[in-house]
Design a protein around this ligand. Structure first.
Ligand code: AMP
Length: 208
């Protein structure tokens, strides 16, 4: 009898502990995403009229100062592509590198920098693209991506989509498969996503 009572008490204790542990886990896993996104939105700093009047610049550098937030951001940006067999993470100069490098490590992929003209030392492929006034260009080392690669393009901000679309064109010229894009921020009102139609586009934060 005593043994039975002791066992029952033990079962009750175990069940209570399990339930409270499960409950805490559910709370954590449910709230983790949105809470982190709130923290991220709070951390990103709006700098008005930078680099020119009328532009509200999304400064992501405060995110890099918070090790936990930075690590969670990298995990969330990589998450949609974890099962995609990515072999190359292509990131765009220069703030794209801040997230491209850790995402490449997270996904176990090689890292390919895309840079402004004249910055890469070896032979390059180049793409020119239109800006509001004039043109700009991006370059990538000619041997960094090949036809057997599966590519993820990473940048901090998707604005009008011109830069990301140019990066996609560079990848198109290699014969590699472009699995998609991962951005920290999408400025929805600039409709950059429309320029990337037919591609997978993931962004953690949206600004209407
Ligand atoms: P776009 O080609 O218009 O999509 O512009 C994207 C590129 O410009 C990204 O590499 C961003 O780093 C940068 N960018 C554009 N708009 C902003 C902004 N409001 N705040 C910070 N970076 C921006």
């Amino acid at each position: 009898m005593k043994v039975w009572k002791r066992n029952c008490a033990a079962v009750r204790r175990t069940r209570a502990w399990t339930m409270s542990r499960d409950f805490k886990f559910q709370l954590n896993s449910r709230s983790r995403g949105p809470l982190i996104l709130d923290d991220l939105k709070r951390a990103i700093r709006d700098v008005k009229d930078f680099p020119k009047p009328g532009i509200v610049f999304k400064d992501v550098t405060p995110v890099l100062l918070d090790m936990k937030l930075f690590a969670e951001t990298v995990k969330l940006m990589a998450a949609p592509y974890r099962e995609a067999g990515i072999t190359r993470v292509v990131s765009i100069e220069s703030r794209g590198f801040l997230f491209g490098v850790p995402i490449a490590l997270e996904l176990g992929a090689g890292l390919v920098p895309i840079r402004k003209p004249g910055k890469l030392p070896a032979a390059t492929q180049r793409v020119e693209y239109a800006l509001e006034y004039g043109t700009d260009a991006l370059e990538m080392h000619h041997d960094a991506v090949g036809p057997d690669d599966r590519v993820l393009i990473v940048d901090d901000v998707l604005a009008t989509g011109g830069t990301a679309n140019a990066a996609a064109q560079l990848i198109g010229g290699t014969g590699a498969a472009l699995s998609g894009f991962s951005f920290l921020i999408e400025l929805d009102f600039l409709k950059g996503r429309q320029r990337l139609q037919g591609r997978r586009v993931e962004a953690l934060l949206h600004y209407a």
